[in-house]
Design a binder for this molecule. Structure first.
Ligand SMILES: Cc1cc2nc3c(=O)[nH]c(=O)nc-3n(C[C@H](O)[C@H](O)[C@H](O)COP(=O)(O)OP(=O)(O)OC[C@H]3O[C@@H](n4cnc5c(N)ncnc54)[C@H](O)[C@@H]3O)c2cc1C
Length: 433
């Protein structure tokens, strides 16, 4: 019996699995390039990642695969993150520690509700909506957290659980003390309250550089060779180049709904479970202009439902080589899903108009690049069906020799370094079978 392991997908998780398996691994990637979400697209001298991508891993895996090999080539930044409050007004993120920027009336409402919530007796927190009300009070929740949730996850906050909030790098959304909220409401100085206060980005080449250390340990890779069909009972995979491979064990980083779709013999209950998984996709609208001083900060969140994007970032500020001399760039991230299909009509024009209305682009800015990147799987939605659906799908996968791996195989909120760790874990589990 061959001890070869087929690795499906050449993103960080798949490459990490292959690295850890060494000679035994062979990687199949459907795109003509490697990296998955961790890739940098070069367009007329501009570098664009798949939405805002910065590095902040501090664990052992980050040490081994980023800091030791790439450390001197990583530039460090103090994170400057902003919120948009409409009509060209901005304030530092997060609003709960910087309410001064929303004006005295809204800030008073938010502080009063925050204090009232802090004095409420403990109650059961089941949904993200409950968690926000308990943590921040009504005004912060309804005017900011809920509006943002609807924009990025395209569901109601009460449809989401709270499993995704914790992470080993810290809470994804920070709960301040009463002192921090009051200070933020009266003091215009920016206040940090975030797991992401410092980040790193490659000095050149974009975020896609992060795959380089992994690639050094990966020998056999087929790019432009995607899985088309899996016969799971026979453990046979058909690829887009016409080849067919039998496998004993395979590691799959392919998004679960796609994996189940391409496996016609998957049981009905697995199909049903896959049909319940919820996620959002992103269309990145990338714009390059003939002006360097684009801003504010490194990225900005938008809460207004009339603005097409939920976030913009400025790749030209992450590395000089991300834009030609004298130029600046902005990436707008627009979320969509089966619950909220993408309205493509005039999308670029609507983004440009919203950027102008916010004062990010000036009327006389010369746009030299307009580009788009579609990200069909961007964010897993942690709804109440997720855990049970995963239990069914993962049990079936393991029963047919497919080890789930990565952000969309494990179906989680993995950061880049967590995807690398996921690949290490998957390699270990197929090795101990
Ligand atoms: C918008 C966005 C912003 C992010 N920002 C950050 C950040 O700031 N910092 C950070 O650390 N992390 C960030 N992340 C997370 C990080 O990008 C991911 O965790 C990581 O890249 C996931 O790697 P992966 O290998 O698990 O998945 P993927 O990158 O999705 O890799 C899966 C691979 O499988 C391939 N594939 C799919 N179907 C097939 C098929 N049929 N046959 C063969 N191959 C197939 C895909 O092409 C892809 O290459 C962000 C993610 C997103 C979406």
């Amino acid at each position: 019996m061959s001890d070869e392991v087929i690795v499906l997908g050449g993103g960080l998780a798949g490459l990490s699995a292959a690295y850890h398996l060494g000679e035994r691994a062979v990687v199949y990637e459907k795109e003509p390039y490697l990296g998955g979400h961790c890739r940098t697209k070069r367009v007329d001298g501009f570098n664009f990642d798949e939405g805002a991508h910065v590095f902040f891993g501090k664990d052992d895996i980050s040490q081994k695969f980023v800091w030791e090999p790439l450390g001197p080539e990583m530039h460090s930044f103090r994170a400057e993150i902003w919120n948009d409050y409409g009509r060209g007004r901005f304030g530092r993120y997060p609003v709960q520690a910087n309410a001064h920027a929303i004006g005295p009336e809204a800030a008073t409402r938010c502080v009063v509700d925050f204090i009232a919530a802090a004095q409420e007796p403990e109650r059961e927190v089941r949904t993200y909506e409950d968690w926000c009300y308990t943590s921040f009070g009504r005004a912060f929740s309804e005017e900011f957290m809920f509006r943002y949730a609807r924009k990025v996850w395209t569901v109601e906050p009460r449809e989401m659980n709270t499993e995704w909030l914790g992470s080993k790098v810290g809470g994804r959304i920070s709960r301040p003390s009463i002192e921090q909220v009051v200070r933020g409401a009266v003091d215009p100085e920016p206040h940090e309250l975030n797991y992401l206060t410092e980040f790193w980005y490659p000095v050149e080449g974009g975020f896609g550089r992060l795959i380089e250390p992994l690639l050094k340990g990966v020998n056999r890779v087929h790019t432009g060779c995607g899985v088309e069909r899996i016969d799971s009972r026979a453990r046979r995979i058909a690829f887009s180049d016409g080849s067919v491979r039998e496998y004993e064990r395979a590691i799959s980083t392919i998004p679960l709904p796609a994996l189940v779709r391409m496996t016609p013999d998957a049981p009905e209950e697995v199909r049903e479970a896959a049909g319940k998984l919820m996620w959002t996709s992103i269309r990145c609208v990338n714009i390059g202009i003939e002006r360097e001083d684009i801003g504010p900060g490194h990225w900005v969140y938008f809460y207004d439902e009339d603005v097409p994007f939920f976030r913009i970032s400025f790749p030209s500020k992450f590395a000089a080589g991300n834009a030609p001399p004298g130029c600046g760039s902005v990436t707008c991230e627009v979320a969509y899903s089966r619950r909220k299909p993408l309205d493509e009509r005039g999308l670029v024009e609507r983004c440009v108009e919203a950027l102008r209305a916010a004062g990010i682009l000036k009327r006389d800015d010369r746009i030299v690049v307009e580009d788009g990147i579609d990200v069909p799987y961007a964010y897993v939605v942690f709804d109440f069906e997720r855990a049970e659906s995963l239990r069914v799908i993962h049990a079936w996968m393991r029963s047919v020799g497919l080890e789930p791996c990565g952000r969309f195989g494990e179906w989680g909120y993995h950061w880049s370094f967590e995807a690398i760790e996921s690949g290490r874990r998957a390699a270990e589990s197929v090795s101990t079978l």
